[in-house]
Design a binder for this molecule. Structure first.
Ligand code: MLT
Ligand code: MN
Ligand code: ZN
Length: 305
């Protein structure tokens, strides 16, 4: 399978429009060694022709332009994107759907009951799309080991894993977490037997999640913050990384410790917040990741598994 990182940044992207943290300011002024990043999304293909989009970022049109394989130009209106899978109903993972409204056929959208509820109530994107291309919703099962297939995609098998996290701020059940508010996904290539585990929002390593981490050949996991109080320490917001459902990389129980014993040949961070020091390619924090063989994804990263 091929995995293309369309956007490696967290909500807001990098640099964020209103942010003058040392990273955002330094990137604009060209005084730091770092790359700009759009908001979190990947595309996966089993045959290099048909692609599944994981999350639809507000930056989707820029991301498509940066990856011409998504436009094979076989007809007057065309796309290689066969379906869209949503890991949650957060703004940075869903608002790009509105940019796909010119589609000739209903969008094939895969998400959980909970994300569907949010996307038809608090943030009714899927209802709005009914007035344009329409939506063909497929429910993602979250019961243990319930794998599913995706329309138009051969040779790949998908299994969702419910992750404890929060529904989006706009959700009617923001303060009452439900199974399915947030998921991780195992994608198995049935020809090679290799598998990816993708979880851009991973706040807690619950026991049922461990086997997915342990058995993965490639991990593409939450890289939002380096420390729990990163945003507060920079005077940006009082939000803690863990309260937002994002496990920081450093410190006891942090992502570096979680990844250390795992056998995966690729351990890659995604959904990186603009405040995170790992964005600076010559930082001490980046050196620590390199010592652990942990990679930092970037827009345009291409992985063959
Ligand atoms: C998150 O990942 O926690 C959210 O995308 C934050 C946001 O919506 O800004
Ligand atoms: Mn996010
Ligand atoms: Zn910033």
């Amino acid at each position: 399978m091929r995995i293309r990182v369309l956007g490696s940044g967290a909500g807001g992207g990098f640099p964020q429009w209103n942010c003058n943290c040392p990273n955002c300011d330094g990137l604009r002024k060209g005084t730091i060694n770092a790359k700009a990043r759009t908001q979190s999304s990947i595309a996966i293909s089993g045959d290099n022709t048909n692609w599944v989009l994981f999350n639809a970022s507000p930056d989707i049109l820029t991301q498509f332009r940066g990856f011409p394989e998504l436009q094979p130009a076989r007809a007057i209106r065309d796309t290689a994107v066969r379906s869209v899978v949503l890991m949650d109903a957060q703004i940075d993972h869903t608002t790009g759907l509105l940019m796909l409204r010119e589609g000739k056929t209903p969008l094939e959208i895969y998400c959980t009951d909970m994300a569907y509820e949010d996307l038809t109530t608090g943030n009714p994107l899927l209802k709005i799309l009914e007035h344009y291309c329409g939506v063909n919703w497929h429910q993602i099962p979250t019961q243990a080991n319930n794998s599913f297939e995706i329309v138009g995609v051969e040779d790949l098998e998908f299994t969702a894993v419910p992750l404890r996290s929060k529904a989006p701020p706009y959700s009617p059940h923001r303060h009452d977490p439900h199974e399915g508010d947030n998921i991780g996904m195992r994608v198995i290539d049935t020809r090679s037997g290799k598998n990816l585990f993708y979880a851009p929002g991973l706040g807690e390593i619950e026991p049922h999640v461990r086997p997915f981490l342990e058995e993965a050949d490639c991990l593409l996991v939450d890289g939002t913050c380096w420390t729990n109080d990163e945003m507060a320490a920079q005077g940006i917001a009082n939000k803690m990384s863990l309260d937002m459902g994002h496990l920081p990389q450093s410190g006891p129980g942090g992502m570096m410790e979680v990844l250390r014993p795992l056998k995966a040949s690729r351990k890659i961070l995604i959904h990186i917040n603009n405040t995170n020091p790992i964005l600076r390619e010559d930082s001490e924090e980046r050196r620590q990741l390199e010592a652990e063989k942990i990679e930092v994804s970037y827009d345009g990263m291409d992985i063959t598994l």
